[in-house]
Design a protein around this ligand. Structure first.
Ligand code: T5A
Length: 209
């Protein structure tokens, strides 16, 4: 079994099932005795959690796309330097609920910021840190939105129109097509037990079962 610490990101649209998959992942890693942390973006450090509130809470002042992008990267840099890198250096696996692919999908395809601007920030702040594996939880956006509406009030991003989320999904699928060795697509438009089985099989392959 490979014990080299791995960095795994979990991506997908709203309500695609990331939190649900992370529970399955945690229980699999615990079962295998693999020491790990679960963290998230936006967030992951006390300061980055404050930035998360700025990003997700509704406000009377329009948050401009450029400001939004810079806030995501500001929180991400705190997260990388204070949590992700130190954890990997200690030999812990890092499971992150979203990472930089989300900026390409949401601020790029969603908001319309050019890919080269996002790529510039990525090169400056992230350099060669990349998830070893990315689980892309994929479902039609309308289905994910229906699921989260049952949960209660929507946040500042969740209230976007369906076209926005269709662009986000298309971008994620395009990113996955470009890097098939890193991305593992899990169809979450299925019964929960099937999704859990597929997530566990994916983890088993990553861990070298
Ligand atoms: N963002 C983030 C950017 O714009 N740019 C960035 O760079 C980054 C990092 C973050 C927001 O910020 C944006 C993206 C987001 O808008 P978030 O905390 O990641 O927000 O929130 P969401 O993506 O909105 O995550 P959610 O918690 O809302 O959804 P999940 O985790 O994908 O879904 P989950 O697992 O909570 O499931 C939703 C519901 O569906 C049920 C669950 O029980 C739950 O009730 N469910 C199923 N029901 C039936 N069958 C299944 N197979 C099911 N799977 C889950």
């Amino acid at each position: 079994m490979s014990r080299e610490p791995k960095f795994i990101s979990i991506e997908g649209g709203e309500g695609a099932g990331k939190s649900t998959a992370i529970k399955t992942i945690q229980s699999y890693l615990n079962h295998r005795g693999i020491a790990h942390i679960v963290t998230r973006e936006p967030g992951g450090t006390p300061l980055a959690e404050k930035i998360r509130s700025l990003l997700l809470d509704k406000s009377d002042e329009l948050l401009l796309p450029e400001t939004e992008l810079l806030l995501f990267f500001a929180g991400r840099y705190q997260h990388i330097e204070h949590v992700i890198k130190p954890s990997l250096n200690k030999g812990l696996w890092v499971i992150s609920d979203r990472f930089v692919d989300a900026s390409f999908a949401y601020q790029g395809a969603g908001r319309g910021i050019t890919e080269s601007r996002i790529a510039y920030l990525k090169e400056w702040l992230i350099q060669d840190l990349s998830p070893d594996h990315t689980l892309l939880l994929d479902a039609p956006p309308s289905m994910g939105l229906d699921r989260i509406k049952l949960r209660g009030e929507l946040d500042r991003i969740e209230v976007e129109k369906i076209d926005f989320f269709n662009r986000v999904r298309d971008c994620y699928l395009a990113l996955a097509a470009k890097e098939p060795a890193r991305f593992h697509i899990i169809d979450t438009n299925r019964a929960l037990a099937d999704v859990q089985n597929n997530t566990t099989s994916c983890l088993a392959a990553i861990c070298g079962a």
